[in-house]
Design a binder for this molecule. Structure first.
Ligand code: AMP
Length: 202
């Protein structure tokens, strides 16, 4: 199972990624989580990316791609992964293809959601968490920047993966359960349509 979850910030990628990782016994690789823990640990990488993250800007492609390369080389990712938040640019997608080589992706699931609903979700998330627990980049000003980065840099990935026959689009405003069922049904269809040899190593 090698899956990418695409979608704007706040679309619910993390929730679905976590569930899918448990279900398929593969790691959930969230580049946002990895970077946040580096920032917390005040590592060299953390110090390098902190201001970009706070500003809602993307970290540079080479830095994030080498973080992902290292993570994918760990043994627990040998049988697959759920990527959440990577790739986010065409350059990152090309870098990922280079790293995966002949190992093909199972699917790219895109959660689609409109801007107004995204703001409502993020604001609710900020209220619920209370000011102490809110992510440094979860406020409407920074969200606007994160959305702009998504539209400019990440949205083109939709066409990139469509071209490769991997894209599966889902209405991200449906309930968590509905989305989960839709993804599971799609993965079942993919398995059914592939000869067993092509599924080796999943
Ligand atoms: P996320 O939790 O996925 O929304 O990521 C939080 C922040 O981490 C983003 O706003 C970026 O600053 C940075 N980040 C995470 N993943 C990437 C990526 N693939 N490329 C560039 N920056 C990233």
């Amino acid at each position: 199972m090698r899956l990418i979850l695409l979608g704007p910030p706040g679309a619910g990628k993390g929730t679905q990624a976590k569930r899918l990782a448990e279900r398929h016994q593969v790691p959930h690789l969230s580049t946002g989580d990895i970077l946040r823990s580096e920032v917390k640990a005040a590592s060299e990488l953390g110090r390098q990316v902190d201001s970009k993250m706070r500003a809602g800007e993307l970290v540079d492609d080479d830095t994030i791609s080498s973080v992902v390369d290292r993570r994918l080389a760990q043994p627990d990712a040998a049988n697959g992964f759920i990527l959440d938040g990577y790739p986010r640019t065409i350059r990152q997608a090309n870098a990922l293809e280079g790293v995966l080589g002949s190992q093909s992706l199972t699917a790219v699931v895109e959660l689609m959601i409109d801007e107004e609903e995204l703001f409502a979700r993020i604001e609710a998330r900020a209220r619920e968490a209370g000011s102490a627990g809110v992510r440094a980049d979860d406020n409407s000003g920074t969200l606007r920047k994160r959305l702009a980065a998504f539209i400019k840099e990440t949205q083109p990935l939709s066409a990139f993966y469509k071209h490769r026959g991997l894209l599966f689009k889902i209405d991200g405003s449906a309930s968590v359960e509905e989305i989960a069922t839709t993804i599971d049904d799609h993965l079942t269809d993919i398995r059914a349509s592939q000869p067993s040899a092509a599924r080796k190593g999943e």
